[in-house]
Design a protein around this ligand. Structure first.
Ligand SMILES: O=c1[nH]c(=O)c2[nH]c(=O)[nH]c2[nH]1
Length: 292
C-alpha cells in the first residue's frame, strides 16, 4: 500500500473588490467577491514543502486588484476569464485555474451621481474554469427570493404512519433560488443573457401553476433551455420556504389562508438539473463544481 496525493487546488478565497469608475462626475461602482484557485503540478509543496511552483495566494489576491486597475473590470465573466487565463499562461506549473465571482447589487440613490443604496441580497455569479486552452463558463444567481400567494398545491403524496402533512389545493409557495447555467458556444453577451435568463426564471415561477416545487423547478429550467440557445444545462437549488397556516381555532377564529407562520427551518430542499439530451460533454470542469 502506498499513500499518494489526490486532487488538490489552492487559492485566495473571497477577495472583496470594489471599483469606482468615473465618467465626469457620474460614478459607477462594482462590488465583487472574487475567489481564485489554481491546480497543476503541486506535488512538491505537499510532499516536501518545496514551494518553487506555488504562486502565493497573496500574489493571487494582488493580481485581482491589479487587474481591476489595469483594464475595466467589465462583465464578471470577462474579468474571471482574464484572471484565469493569466494564471494558467504565466505559471509553468499551473495547468488549471478556476475563478468564482459573486456580484453584489447597488442602486443609484435617486438622481445622485455618487451615492448608492444596497439592493437585495441577490447576487449574480460566475464560475470560470480554464484548463490549458479550454474555458468553461457557468454563470448564475443566488439568493433570489420569490413568493406567490396562490397558484400552488401539494397533494397526492404517500401517507405512511409518520405522515401528518395535510393535502392542500392552495398554499403560499416561496423559495430562494440558486441557479447556475453552463454556457455553450461563443460570442455571448453576458449581461444580456443574464438579465434575460433571470426574467425567464421569474416569469416562469410566477406563471406556472404548481403541483410541487419540483414541478416548478423543472419548468423554470426547461423555459431557460427553450428560450436561450447559449445555455446547455441549468442547475437549480430551491429551498421550500414553508408558510404554515396558523391554527386560530383556540381563539374562536377561522383562518381562511390569511395568517401564516413563516418558518425558517427546517426547510424542504429541492434541487435538480435540467439539460439538453444532446448537450456536449463538458468534461471534468463542470462536474467538479459544487453540484448545486
Ligand atoms: O412542493 C413540495 N414538494 C415536496 O417534496 C414537499 N414535501 C413537503 O412536506 N412539502 C412539499 N412541497
Amino acid at each position: 500500500m502506498a499513500i499518494v496525493l489526490g486532487p488538490n487546488q489552492y487559492g485566495k478565497a473571497e477577495n472583496r473588490l470594489v471599483t469606482v469608475t468615473r465618467d465626469g462626475d457620474v460614478h459607477t461602482i462594482k462590488d465583487l467577491t472574487v475567489s481564485t484557485s489554481l491546480r497543476g503540478d503541486l506535488a512538491e509543496t505537499h510532499l516536501t514543502g518545496d514551494n518553487a511552483a506555488v504562486l502565493a495566494t497573496d500574489t493571487q489576491k494582488n493580481t485581482v486588484y491589479a487587474f481591476a486597475k489595469e483594464a475595466p473590470v467589465g462583465e464578471i465573466e470577462d474579468f474571471a476569464l482574464r484572471l484565469a487565463r493569466h494564471f494558467v499562461s504565466s505559471q509553468e506549473a499551473i495547468t488549471g485555474a478556476r475563478v468564482l465571482i459573486d456580484e453584489h447589487s447597488w442602486q443609484r440613490i435617486e438622481e445622485n451621481d455618487h451615492s448608492f443604496v444596497q439592493g437585495s441580497n441577490e447576487k449574480r455569479t460566475t464560475a470560470v474554469t480554464v484548463e490549458g486552452s479550454q474555458a468553461w463558463v457557468v454563470s448564475g444567481l443566488k439568493d433570489l427570493v420569490v413568493l406567490k400567494s396562490t397558484g400552488s398545491e401539494f397533494h397526492g403524496f404517500p401517507r405512511d404512519k409518520y405522515t401528518t402533512l395535510k393535502e392542500v389545493t392552495d398554499r403560499i409557495l416561496a423559495t430562494s433560488v440558486t441557479a447556475r447555467w453552463r454556457y455553450q458556444g461563443s460570442g455571448i453577451d453576458w449581461a444580456k443573457s443574464f438579465s434575460e435568463i433571470r426574467s425567464i426564471l421569474l416569469r416562469t415561477f410566477a406563471a406556472k401553476h404548481s403541483l410541487s416545487l419540483q414541478q416548478t423547478l423543472y419548468a423554470m429550467g426547461e423555459a431557460v433551455l427553450e428560450e436561450r440557445s447559449e445555455v446547455a444545462e441549468v442547475r437549480l437549488s430551491m429551498p421550500n420556504k414553508h408558510h404554515f397556516v396558523v391554527d386560530l381555532s383556540p381563539f374562536g377564529l377561522e383562518n381562511d389562508n390569511e395568517v401564516f407562520y413563516a418558518a425558517d427551518r427546517p426547510y424542504g430542499l429541492i434541487e435538480g438539473t435540467v439539460l439538453r439530451d444532446d448537450a456536449e460533454d463538458p468534461g471534468q470542469a463542470w462536474y467538479s463544481l459544487p453540484t448545486f
